[in-house]
Design a protein around this ligand. Structure first.
Ligand code: IPM
Ligand code: MG
Length: 386
């Protein structure tokens, strides 16, 4: 019997309540598929931080972060609370975790399940089934940038130097008293390559025939030029899979007009952040959108599984929101651990409940609670055969 140790972090807002439902379903999956979980709960989140100020200015200390690395996976609810600055919980925990454990893949599948209506007209179940892969460690998320006031300071000169490669003659000297902010995106060839390779490997595993690589290399020629070049090289090793390039603005339109075209999408970090929310909206919204922050090499770094929604503070404690995204994040966790059969069962139970339509949370026009949805999926799962 396989045993897995998993750190549970409910976090803020709706995080703890949806994670409770996710865990309930994971416990049912363990029973059906014959696996054992060793859960350990961590209190990280706004209340803990405000009470202890441990880890200030970040949400956790480096020792606490390192400790998470000892688990087989981290199952995560959400963080984000108006009482805590974003720099502490978003940059100082969520993004830090992604970087610290080199979770360079952010897998955000968008699948339209039976019983859920797409806001797009005429879409049938499974018409939309996109493996959306967001590059998770570089691009505009590297945190390199600054702000300065319009004096003839050395910073201004530095900025001018940074812009000296601009094709057009720009006068960027500032009016006295005006201010400038800048932020730099960067991508290493190694990172581009490993991310795109993951996309092709996933396509092969799922028997898919096309990988769409998003970019904006027509304008941001340096960073995405490299990305496109590496994609072309990687694709040579997969002659059975079509490499499809799409410029990000056009792709945004096509995801709305013809989402069924897309099988695997690989996107740089920031485009991926934006378009994975769009993809989620096509399949019923963020309540159905899980995310895996993955280091494919389990020995090199722990992976973390979360809904992509955020903490939705106004719904906190109401037992109202849809826990499906959290449950499906658990499915991604099972797949990452190599428990493919258990993962399939979780998905099947989820879809059976949605298709039956008796238990529906508010976001899909029902009155069921968060825990009723968790109960329904767990009960259905216990009736499925492994
Ligand atoms: C996400 C979120 C985060 C991101 C924020 C909260 C830092 O939007 O997971 O998509 O930008 O990656
Ligand atoms: Mg986002």
């Amino acid at each position: 019997m396989n045993t897995y140790s998993v750190a549970l972090i409910g976090g803020d807002g709706i995080g703890p309540e949806i994670l409770r439902e996710g865990k309930k379903v994971m416990d049912a999956a363990a029973e059906v598929a014959g696996i054992t979980w060793k859960w350990k709960e961590y209190p990280y989140g706004a209340d803990h931080w405000l009470a202890t100020r441990k880890g200030f200015p970040t949400l956790v200390t480096e020792e606490e972060m390192a400790e998470l690395g000892q688990y087989d996976a981290v199952y995560f609810g959400a963080i984000g609370d108006p009482r805590v600055p974003d720099s502490a919980n978003q940059a100082g925990f969520l993004l830090w975790m992604r970087f610290y454990f080199d979770q360079y893949i952010n897998l955000r599948p968008a699948k339209l399940y039976r019983g859920v209506d797409s806001p797009l007209a005429g879409k049938k179940p499974h018409d939309i089934n996109i493996y959306f892969i967001r590059e998770n460690s570089e691009d505009f998320y590297i945190g390199l940038g600054g702000r300065f006031k319009g004096t003839r300071s050395s910073e201004e000169l530095e900025m001018k130097r940074a812009l000296c490669t601009a094709r057009f003659k720009l006068d960027i000297s500032l009016e006295p008293g005006d201010e400038m902010g800048y932020q730099i995106g960067a991508m290493s060839g190694r990172n581009a390559e490993r991310t795109i390779r993951y996309g092709f490997e996933l396509a092969r595993k799922k028997r898919l025939t096309r990988v769409t690589v998003l970019h904006k290399a027509n304008v941001l020629t340096k960073i995405y030029g490299l990305w496109v070049e590496r994609a072309t090289e990687v694709a040579k090793n997969y002659p059975d899979i079509e490499l499809d390039f799409a410029i990000v603005d056009a792709a945004t339109m096509w995801i709305v007009k013809r989402p069924e075209y897309f099988q695997v999408i690989v996107a740089p970090n920031m485009f991926g952040d934006i378009l994975s929310d769009l993809a989620a909206s096509t399949i019923g919204g963020l309540g159905f959108a899980p995310g895996g922050n993955i280091n494919p090499d389990r020995k090199a770094g722990v992976s973390m599984f979360e809904p992509i929604s955020g903490s939705a503070p106004k719904y906190k404690g109401l037992n109202k929101v849809n826990p499906i995204a959290q449950i499906l994040a658990g499915k991604l966790m099972l797949e990452h651990l190599g428990e493919d059969r258990a993962a399939e069962l979780v998905e099947q139970a989820t879809e059976d409940v949605l298709a039956a339509g008796k238990v529906r949370t508010y976001d899909i026009g029902g009155k069921s609670t968060c825990s009723e949805m968790g109960d329904a999926v767990a009960e259905r799962l216990l009736r499925l055969k492994a």
